[in-house]
Ligand binder design. Structure first.
Ligand code: NAG
Ligand code: NAG
Ligand code: NAG
Ligand code: NAG
Ligand code: NAG
Ligand code: NAG
Ligand code: NAG
Ligand code: NAG
Ligand code: NAG
Ligand code: NAG
Ligand code: NAG
Length: 711
């Protein structure tokens, strides 16, 4: 066995070692394997390994006892016919990993990644005196890692145990034996306790340490400050608390520092000592303080994520010195001051700028419009004001634009400019343009690729404009909270991808158009999901990562629609939510509504509906939000099934309805209960009332938040 380059060299070289040496090794070794068969011991160890599998992914085809195991699939041997390399990633292997592999005295690399292996990780592999690369990531291994019994140094350099079901504390003795470790990936398991404090006293060569998606808790140990060659440290999505220790800021080779979604607090003032930083992700913590002026020292910085913290103050003008920035995510903090402090012209590579929900004021700085590579720009919910500059049309790559609540005026001008963005798929510009008129047809063009248009809460007057009919890729249309009049145009059914329509809280009139009933996407399944450039927030906690996260909805509530609910509504099989409340609809609840078996919300309240409640509504098994209050319905409420579980508030304001949950009980000819049944019903009703109250609050809250924060 040739000695491998020892990684005590500077981290730059060790960074190269990892990707390079493995293939090189494999090449040297495979060239060398000739003639003489493998040793009996190696063959027997391998056969024991395959025998312990419950599904060997077809290996037995080539792994035959009487053949040379150096020629077996996935096996590579050295020139002296010892097995050095086992590469069985993604083979569908199931069962336990046999400790017999630890008996392969020449084994250098073992890759069992991406299988369905279960049971524990045999100690024999971690304590092997030959294995240098061990990758068992993406399996179902469980249990604790054992502490090593022997105290001999181990040659292991790369250990990837990520994406398994491993638990317990990280065994620090075991680590101590791995003096050559360069890369440890233990992410996406369930390890607990503190991150081992003596990590780098025992492992001086460690360059990559990935611990994210575990349950590590307590403070980040100051001992990590001894990891002097650490390049990449990722411990996001754990339960870490306290401040980032100053010792970490001494690790000047660090390029990727990532602790998102923990409970870290304190400031980031020391960060500028990490002059090699390329990515800094500290989003989703409780960090406070400002972005230090010294941030400008981080000349290599490409990603700056400090979102969802409690940081404040102005952006320092020195941020402009970080000229390699591609992503700036500062959303959900309390940053303030004018954005023009920063010269965005210095960021030619900027792709994402997300400043959602801060206290920035002033106008959108003109220098932003020089960032021609921007694909996602979100400035929503700050204290910005002013018109949209013509110069925004330089942002030709823009796919996602969110300028909610930015005091923008002149909707005609804004839409004329934005329509030219050929790549724009998502546009949130609600809560602007108050009391302006919806622009007329001839003046708006473009938007060929728009999938989501949110023009809600603008108090716009006018009609639903015809230019919308040209937005043939539209999937989500939010026009609620305007003062639109007239009817819903018939061309609406030409928008063949539209599946979420919210026209509520307008002054629309006429009958519910049968064209709506022809909407292809309300009838059938959604298109293949595409991700948003940025997750969209429905509330602070609920995010939508793609347009399909919006549910299939038709919301015509709070308008002046009249006439009957068309029987054809029963064809909209894909509907999850149907809201027709607060209109002047007459006639009965059509039987056909009972065919909408995917419905989770049905609100027909505050209309003039008459007749009885169709008992088949009980077919709507997913219904959790149901309201037919304030109509002129009559007769009994079904006393069994789904409908009977809703609280009185779902039915109130219908003087001629009767039922156990209403003041007006039905006469004996309408419903006869035995004493026992009544008890049952009473219990159910109490449960239902409790649930309903909870649910209604939830829904109301949802809708309030929706109107306030969307973007
Ligand atoms: C493999 O063959 C040897 C003899 O060549 C025999 O002793 C041994 O039991 C066999 N092993 C298995 C697993 O079949
Ligand atoms: C490893 O080999 C030794 C000697 O051949 C044997 O006694 C032992 O059982 C083997 N261990 C495993 C786990 O197969
Ligand atoms: C193991 O194999 C997988 C699939 O080929 C590969 O992606 C991974 O990089 C390998 N692991 C190591 C440590 O080389
Ligand atoms: C496991 O981690 C090592 C070191 O980071 C890496 O080289 C390897 O590609 C990873 N394996 C997979 C399947 O990603
Ligand atoms: C570590 O593992 C996680 C998940 O298994 C993977 O996403 C990540 O890329 C890995 N890191 C490295 C450096 O291989
Ligand atoms: C975590 O592991 C599970 C199971 O292997 C996998 O499905 C999931 O994608 C992993 N998550 C990450 C963030 O790598
Ligand atoms: C950082 O390094 C400097 C110089 O090597 C040393 O004086 C200082 O004590 C270190 N700081 C911490 C917090 O370890
Ligand atoms: C912003 O940077 C650009 C490019 O370096 C420079 O030409 C311009 O003068 C700067 N603007 C301000 C206001 O400093
Ligand atoms: C628009 O998107 C396409 C496909 O993603 C891409 O190839 C093209 O470069 C983009 N255009 C601009 C101006 O960014
Ligand atoms: C609105 O913008 C358009 C196009 O930029 C412009 O022609 C028009 O004068 C503007 N209207 C108002 C009232 O500012
Ligand atoms: C209806 O929209 C108006 C703006 O047109 C808004 O002020 C009002 O709060 C909205 N009402 C509800 C209940 O959302």
């Amino acid at each position: 066995m040739k000695p491998l380059p020892h990684p005590s060299c500077t981290s730059r070289t060790s960074r190269l070692t990892i990707p390079l040496f493995v293939p090189a090794l494999v090449m040297i070794l495979s060239l060398a394997s000739l003639a003489k068969p493998c040793t009996d011991q190696d063959r027997s160890s391998l056969l024991q390994f395959v025998a312990a599998l419950s599904d060997n992914g077809g290996l037995t085809g080539s792994w035959e006892n009487d053949t040379d195991c150096c020629k077996w699939e996935g096996i590579t041997c050295s020139s002296n016919q010892t097995v050095t390399d086992i590469s069985l990633a993604s083979r569908g292997l199931q069962g336990h990993i046999s400790p017999s592999l630890g008996n392969l005295t020449g084994l250098v690399q073992l890759n069992l990644s991406n299988n369905l292996l279960s049971g524990g990780l045999p100690m024999e592999l971690l304590s092997s005196s030959s294995i240098i690369v061990l990758d068992v990531s993406f399996n179902h291994l469980k249990g604790n890692l054992q502490d090593m019994k022997y105290s001999t140094l181990r040659p292991l350099q790369i250990l990837n145990i990520s994406s398994n079901l491993l638990t317990g504390q990280f065994p620090s003795n075991t680590l101590e034996m791995m003096k050559s470790l360069i890369a440890l990936n233990a992410s996406n398991n369930s390890f607990t306790g503190q991150i081992p404090a003596k990590f780098c006293l025992s492992v001086p060569s460690l360059a990559f340490l990935h611990l994210s998606y575990n349950q590590f808790s307590r403070r980040i140990p100051t001992g990590l400050g001894n990891c002097s060659v650490l390049i990449s440290l990722n411990a996001g999505n754990n339960n870490l608390t306290g401040a980032i220790p100053d010792e970490l800021f001494n690790l000047t080779l660090m390029e990727h520092l990532s602790f998102p979604n923990n409970q870290l607090e304190g400031s980031i003032n020391g960060i500028s000592k990490l002059t090699n930083l390329v990515t800094l992700d500290l989003g989703g913590n409780n960090l406070s303080g400002t972005i230090p002026v010294s941030i400008g020292e981080l000349k290599r910085l490409e990603e700056l994520r400090l979102d969802d913290n409690s940081m404040s103050g102005e952006l320092p003008s020195t941020l402009s010195n970080c000229t390699n920035l591609m992503i700036i995510d500062l959303k959900n903090n309390s940053f303030s001051g004018e954005l023009s402090n920063v010269n965005f012209t210095k960021f030619p590579n900027l792709k994402t700028l997300d400043l959602l929900r801060n206290n920035f004021n002033g106008t959108i700085p003109e220098s932003i419009y020089t960032c021609s590579n921007l694909t996602a720009l979100r400035l929503s919910s700050n204290k910005l004001h002013g018109q949209l500059s013509e110069r925004i049309s330089n942002l030709k790559s823009l796919a996602f634009l969110s300028l909610v609540e930015s005091s923008i005026s002149n909707i005609t001008g804004a839409l004329q400019i934005l329509g030219r963005f050929r790549n724009l798929t998502t546009l949130f510009i609600g809560h602007n343009f108050f009391n302006e008129a919806m622009p007329e047809d001839a003046r708006i063009d473009g938007f060929e690729n728009l999938q989501v248009l949110a023009l809600n809460h603008c108090s716009l007057s006018g009609k639903i404009p015809c230019w919308l009919s040209k937005l043939t890729n539209l999937e989500v249309l939010l026009l609620y909270g305007n003062q639109l009049t007239g009817s819903v145009p018939d061309w609406i059914n030409s928008l063949k991808f539209l599946f979420h329509i919210n026209l509520s809280n307008n002054s629309l009139t006429g009958e519910i158009p049968t064209a709506l009933v022809d909407m292809p996407m309300l009838k059938a399944d959604k298109v293949a999901p595409k991700a948003f450039e940025l997750p969209v927030y429905k509330s602070q906690q609920r995010q939508f990562r793609m347009p399909v996260s919006f549910s299939t909805t038709l919301n015509l509530g709070m308008n002046n629609f009249s006439g009957v609910i068309p029987e054809e509504v029963g064809q909209l099989k894909a509907l999850i939510s149907l809201y027709l409340s607060h209109n002047i609809l007459t006639g009965p609840i059509p039987q056909s509504i009972c065919n909408l078996t995917n419905l989770e919300a049905l609100d027909l309240s505050s209309n003039h509906l008459t007749g009885e409640i169709p008992t088949e509504l009980n077919n709507l098994h997913f219904l959790s939000n149901f309201n037919i209050s304030n109509n002129d319905l009559e007769g009994p409420i079904p006393n069994t099934g789904q409908i009977s579980t809703f609280p009185s508030s779902s039915f109130k304001g219908n003087p001629n309805l009767c039922g156990p949950m209403l003041a007006r009980h039905c006469g004996s000819e309408e419903a006869i209960f035995s004493a026992k049944q009544t008890d049952d019903v009473a219990v159910k009703v109490i449960a239902a009332v409790a649930f309903g109250a909870f649910f209604c609050v939830g829904v109301l809250y949802d809708q309030m938040v929706l109107s306030k924060l969307f973007g």
